[in-house]
Every structure is written in structure tokens, then in C-alpha cells.
Design a protein around this ligand. Structure first.
Ligand code: CA
Ligand code: CA
Length: 389
């Protein structure tokens, strides 16, 4: 019998969360949502360690089938035909976070991992103590990182609490998943030392690439949409180039608080932003499952290694990705990314927000380097999945 696991919080109200966090005067541990909130199911929310700001709102994604891949004939100039052939995939039910993981949600993991000796600071980066694998850049390593380090303690840059964590590597996201699962009383999905995933148990992990695309489509299959909400390319539906959102005139990263694009008229007074504009009218960027930012804001890690020709050999049921990734020009294999970021748009850098788009996390520079087609780490984040087995 499936055990009951619920970590639902009330839907996020980013402007409110941000305002609450700011009111905390930079106290990065401050709870940014009520400590106890009613849930969809009536189950008790799980406090992940730093007040309810760490609560993750998990959305039930029903089991089902879909045809995975690009349905539009788009040929990605950077990695052509990696979205083909179209192939039928069936998936078990799972849960996926409604939003990207925020800086406030990531912080208590760092506190706990540091206290347990699992992470250390090396060359201004957060690394696994055991094998020096990089988990995350602090703001000293990469200025746009929202995670600060004062020599003894982690914090979140003021005003960034409700923004997505970024500058995080796959291993850091996996370690976070294990930590959050433990908060829910679950066994870890990841053997971090071996970088392997045990998907046969009930655990918290990154979504597989198939799960991400299926959830990203929001149930739209007749016809298949180009974006999570369909084919519209309105500028103010997601954080991409051209959204002209109030963070585009500030410092990197040009992220918006998670769930910002919900159709409401956002007020500067409620949501401290760098722009002088007083209000910003969002369109509703949620998809049919109620998921935010499945296009744009930050790229999202998936569980799978990136294999360009994987669709030619993918199993039809619950594909987990190739056993090993394709070596990139630097000889290293990378995991996959989905959804594009605030750097991308329909007219800029390869239409990366398309819901079928695949991208290997292969980079040639930390910043906006010349000839870097993919950009820096600080536009990369993730969201968690939970599957009951
Ligand atoms: Ca933008
Ligand atoms: Ca995203």
C-alpha cells in the first residue's frame, strides 16, 4: 500500500513571500510563509528546516501516455534532431514541485549539510567534503549567486529569498533531493558518491527528462503545444527575453520570484524590484497542471544524462535516460537541462523555452562569454519530484 506523503503548502504568493522576507531585514532564516497552513489533502505540511519558507508545494501529475519530442518540425541549430524521433512514452504517476526550488528553500539544506560536515567551502564554492564535487557557487565565486558565505555561515542575498536557486550543479541538486526526502522520512534516491539513482523506491529526486516534458505539457496533447500553455508567445507570460519584467533592469541574475507570472497585476510596493515601474501586469504562465515557470526563469536539471540519440532507443515505459551521457567537446558527459531561462526567447538563442527542447549542460564560460551558446551556471536551477513506489 502506498504510504501517504504530503508536503503541500498553500500556493505561493511570491510578492507576499518576498515582502515578508524583506520585512525580516535580511535575516535569511526568517520564515517567508505562515508556519502552518492548511493543505489540499488535510495532511500536515513538513517543515523542511528553516520555517515554512522551505515548504515545497508538490503537484500530483497523473499517470498517462504521451508522444515525446518535437511535434512542430523545429530543427534546433545547436543540436539538431535530438528531439526526434517522436516516440510514445507511458509514465507512472508522480508529484512535481509547482515552482522551481527557491533560495529560501535551498538555504536550510546548506545549513544542515555544513553542520553535518557533508559540505565544505573550497575556492569560494560549496563542495562535497567527501570528494570535492562542486554543488554550488557562492556569491564570492559567481556574483549573481543568491547564496552568501561570511566565513562561517550561509545566507541568502537580501531580496532573493523567493527567487529560484541558481548556480547549482546537478550534484548539488541531487544532494538537496536526498536532504528533502530525509525531511519527509524517506530513503535517499541518490547514491551521491556513485552518482546513481535508485528510482525503485519512494524518494525525492529530480524529474526524469520524460517526466519533465510530460508535466511541462500540462496535458496538452490535442494538439501538442510548443510551450507549456500552448503556442502563444505573449511577452509577459514567462520570464524570458522580452518579458520586460521589473528585474530586467537590475543586476544578474535577471530571475523573477518563482510563480511571478500568474496573471495578476504585480505591485512594486509588494515586491521589491530594481525597475522604477510601479506595476507590472503579468499573464498567467501556469500550465494545465498548475506548474509555474516550466518555460523560462531558470533552466532546470533533469535526472537523465544527456544523450543526443536517446530517443532512438528509449524504452516506452518510464524511461530513465541513457546509462552514460554523450561526451561533450571537453570530453565530459553532462546531465540534461529543460525549459530555457531568462536569457532565452522565441527569437533569441534557439527557442530554448519550447517544451520539447533538450539541452546538454555544457558550458564554456561562467559569464556571458563570447561564443558561449548556453551561458553561465547562474541561470540554472531545478525543481524536485517525488514518486511513490
Ligand atoms: Ca525577463
Ligand atoms: Ca524554469
Amino acid at each position: 500500500m502506498a504510504i501517504t506523503l504530503t508536503a503541500r503548502a498553500t500556493p505561493l504568493a511570491p510578492a507576499l513571500l518576498l515582502a515578508s522576507a524583506i520585512a525580516g531585514c535580511g535575516s535569511s532564516d526568517a520564515a517567508v510563509a505562515p508556519a502552518s497552513t492548511p493543505t489540499d489533502s488535510g495532511a500536515t505540511p513538513v517543515d523542511a528546516g528553516a520555517g515554512a519558507g522551505a515548504l515545497i508545494d508538490l503537484v500530483a501529475i497523473p499517470a498517462g501516455e504521451f508522444v515525446m519530442g518535437d511535434h512542430t518540425g523545429f530543427v534546433d541549430p545547436k543540436h539538431p534532431s535530438d528531439e526526434l524521433p517522436l516516440h510514445a512514452v507511458s509514465l507512472r504517476a508522480f508529484e512535481l514541485a509547482r515552482t522551481e526550488t527557491t533560495c529560501a528553500q535551498f538555504l536550510p539544506f546548506l545549513h544542515d549539510a555544513l553542520a553535518a560536515g557533508q559540505v565544505s567551502i573550497a575556492d569560494t564554492r560549496v563542495v562535497a567534503t567527501a570528494d570535492a564535487t562542486t554543488y554550488l557557487d557562492t556569491s564570492a565565486a559567481t556574483a549573481p549567486s543568491c547564496i552568501t558565505w561570511d566565513g562561517s555561515r550561509f545566507g541568502v542575498a537580501p531580496g532573493r529569498e523567493a527567487h529560484p536557486i541558481s548556480a547549482v550543479r546537478w550534484a548539488g541538486a541531487a544532494a538537496y533531493c536526498n536532504w528533502y526526502g530525509a525531511k519527509l522520512g524517506l530513503q535517499p534516491c541518490y547514491d551521491l558518491a556513485a552518482a546513481t539513482t535508485d528510482a525503485t523506491r519512494t524518494c525525492v529526486r529530480l524529474p526524469t527528462e520524460a517526466e519533465w516534458e510530460y508535466a511541462g505539457r500540462g496535458g496538452l496533447q490535442s494538439p501538442y503545444g510548443n510551450y507549456p500553455w500552448g503556442d502563444a508567445t505573449d511577452d509577459a507570460r514567462v520570464n524570458w527575453v522580452g518579458s520586460n519584467d521589473p528585474w530586467e533592469q537590475g543586476p544578474q541574475p535577471l530571475t523573477t520570484p518563482v510563480g511571478f507570472f500568474d496573471g495578476s497585476l504585480r505591485q512594486r510596493a509588494d515586491s521589491v524590484w530594481p525597475s522604477a515601474m510601479e506595476t507590472y501586469q503579468t499573464l498567467d504562465g501556469r500550465n494545465g497542471y498548475g506548474l509555474y515557470d516550466m518555460a523560462g526563469n531558470v533552466w532546470e536539471w533533469v535526472n537523465d544524462w544527456y544523450g543526443r540519440a536517446y530517443y532512438e532507443v528509449s524504452p516506452a515505459a518510464d524511461p530513465m535516460g541513457p546509462a552514460a551521457g554523450d561526451p561533450m567537446p571537453d570530453g565530459v558527459a553532462y546531465h540534461g537541462l529543460r525549459g530555457g531561462s531568462y536569457f532565452n526567447s522565441t527569437v533569441y538563442r534557439g527557442d530554448h523555452e519550447r517544451v520539447s527542447n533538450r539541452d546538454p549542460a555544457y558550458f564554456r564560460g561562467k559569464y556571458l562569454g563570447v561564443d558561449d551558446p548556453n551561458g553561465p551556471w547562474f541561470h540554472i536551477g531545478f525543481r524536485v519530484a517525488l514518486q511513490q513506489r
